[in-house]
Design a protein around this ligand. Sequence first.
Ligand code: DGL
Length: 280
Amino acid sequence: MVSKLSQKPGPIGVFDSGYGGLTILSEIKEVLPEYDYIYIGDNARSPYGPRSFEVVYDFTLQAVQKLFEMGCHLVILACNTASAKALRTIQMKDLPKIDQNRRVLGVIRPTVESIGGISKTNHIGILATPGTIKSESYPMEIEKLYPEVVVTGEACPMWVPLVENNEAESEGADFFIKKNIDSLLEKDPEIDAILLGCTHYPILLSKIRDIVPNNIHIISQGEYVAHSLKDYLKRHKEIDDKCTKNSTTRYFTTESIDKFKESAKTFLDESIHVERVYLE
Ligand code: DGL
C-alpha cells in the first residue's frame, strides 16, 4: 500500500525493467534538460520480456508506487514490455485509487503516433521482445490511428540478453540480428519501415542498419517519446507545475550498485551516482 503522498512538486519518474530505459531517459534529457528525474531500473528482476502479464503488472505497479512515494507526480514507463502489459490497468484501475491527479505514461502510444507518413507501402515491421509481440499492443495501437497499415511482428528473444551481457559487438549478435531481420522480411517483403519496439535495440542500431536494406526506414523510439513528453507537458500545465526543474537526475537500481554503474556505461556517456532501492 502507498504511504501518504506528498503534494509538493517533484521529479519526473522514469521506470524500466533494467538498463534499456536509459536510452529513453537520455533522449528525454536532451529535449527537456531543465527538469529533475528519478530513474528506477528493476535489474534484479529483469528481463520482463518473457514474464507473464500478471507478474509484469505487479512489478510495474510496485515501481510506480515507489516513484510516487519518492515525490513524482508523473511517471514514464520507459519499457515497452511494461507499457504493453501493465500501463492500461494501472491507468484505469490503480491511479483513481492511488491519486487521480498523478499520471503514468508509456512509450507505445507516442512511438505509434510518430509512424504516420513514414511508410510509403503501408507495410511496417515491429521488432520487440516476445512479451511485447505477444501482447499485440503495437498492432492494436497502429490499427486505431492508421487502419490502412499492415503490421508484422518479430519476437527477438536473444537481443536483450546480448546487450545485457555486453555481447552487442560480437559475431553472435550479428547472427541473431540477421536471423530475426531476415525472418521479418520473409514474412512481409513489402515492409519499408521497421520500428524498434524495445528500449535495448538502439544499442544495436549500427548492426541493424548494416543488415537492413537501405530502402527500409528504421524507427528508433527514444526521440519520439521525448518530443511527445515535451508536447504533453506543454498541454498539461497542471502536471508541468508539479515537476521540479533543477536539472538533476538520481539513479536507483534493485540490483547491486556497482553492477548498475558498470553496465550503464553501455547506455550512457557519463559516469553516474547510483543508489539501491527495494520494491515490494
Ligand atoms: N525494457 C524492455 C522493453 O523495452 C526490454 C528488457 C526486458 O525484457 O525487460 O521491452
